[in-house]
Design a protein around this ligand. Sequence first.
Ligand SMILES: [Zn+2]
Length: 441
Amino acid sequence: MKKLFIKNGRLLDPATGIDGKFDIVIMDGRIASMTPPGKGGKDTGGEGGEGGEGGKGSEVIDAKGLLVVPGLIDLHTHLREPGFEYKETIESGTAAAAAGGFTTVLCMANTEPVNDNGSVTRLIIRKAADAPARVLPVGAVSQGLRGKVLTEMAELKEAGCAAVSDDGMPVTDGGLMRRALEYSTIFDLPVISHAEELSIAGEGVMNEGEVSTRLGLKGIPNASEDSMVARDIALAELTGGRLHVAHVSTRGAVELIRAAKKRGVAVTAEATPHHLTLDHGALKGYDTNFKMSPPLRVPEDVEALRKGVADGTIDCIATDHAPHSSVEKDVEFDAAANGVVGLETALGLVLKLVDGGVLELATAIRAMTSNPARAMGLDAGSLKVGSPADVTIVDLGLKWTVEPSKFRSKGKNTPFTGWKLKGAAVKTILNGKVVYSRAKK
Ligand SMILES: [Zn+2]
């Protein structure tokens, strides 16, 4: 029996409400027991017990002074494989995930070929079989992401997709979105909405406001997102389908989601670390590392997003990890691709919000563990006995500086270069196996 013993750590599991000192025993990839420090008996293999620390074949991690949380879950990652391996591969992307403390990532369907059928889904799952993070593919809503014909959702589900989304593109046709949400109730596949009304976004490349005017760049108004979120909520209400709103960026969308939840609509939502920490003022140097979709909004939007996460309206924090090469980014602002990498900076940025009093620690961890698991119906995100042993060990006091050259991701396109952060994953454990250990300085 393979055994791992994590002792002396502060365990924080928002799913069960546990926050305190516990020793954890992991056997054969599952949580076998949790006991107060040093209290583990023979049968649980705790310290001092025959099968405990000194037991044969057991590995011991001393987590004294460290925080032990469920493995982080990212609902929004672009792994780029198949088709864009020069930007990222399943191997490099999952290495970045593990280094960021993530044990599960959902990968978006806008690859080449598009993940709109079971064979592409199976290819991704096969390639990720030995990866240091669990990869759950998201299938496309429409064939080829063209927004015309629905995919075979039964086939996608059967092949292993966890959700469906045309992310990168909105589902422009409301009738198609209605049917996708209807099918989501049959196939139990949540529909993830990239909420953007393209006819309103037009040729905008950043938020529409005083900064875009000053820079002479075309803007995207909040109405582009607000109107689509309103439509998708109305359709979720009509169909009873499972809607998850990706990368919320506007105060209007937060209000719509808050009101919908009050009415009992089955809607969940996510915000990204970059939308929670940056506003449109960051673009003044025309740096394409700040170009993303949806764009960075005004400070009032950032404030509304923070409040939304704090009160649970925004359930999840997701990275929208979108690696690009210099070919797409080292060009003039108008021509540059949208997107930033996020897997290796997310936890540090979220802990900065905790440090600044914006979020409670438990709320932040919940938004990165049990809430994403619940939104997608995953058997993950908790350390209760019997659950898969996906564990992230965090050093809340570890100070570090964001240096893209050190990223495991092939993508170096981050807006956070040089930021000084405090708090990082020091060990990531997937199915009871240590898949990442942070090098000591
Ligand atoms: Zn998107």
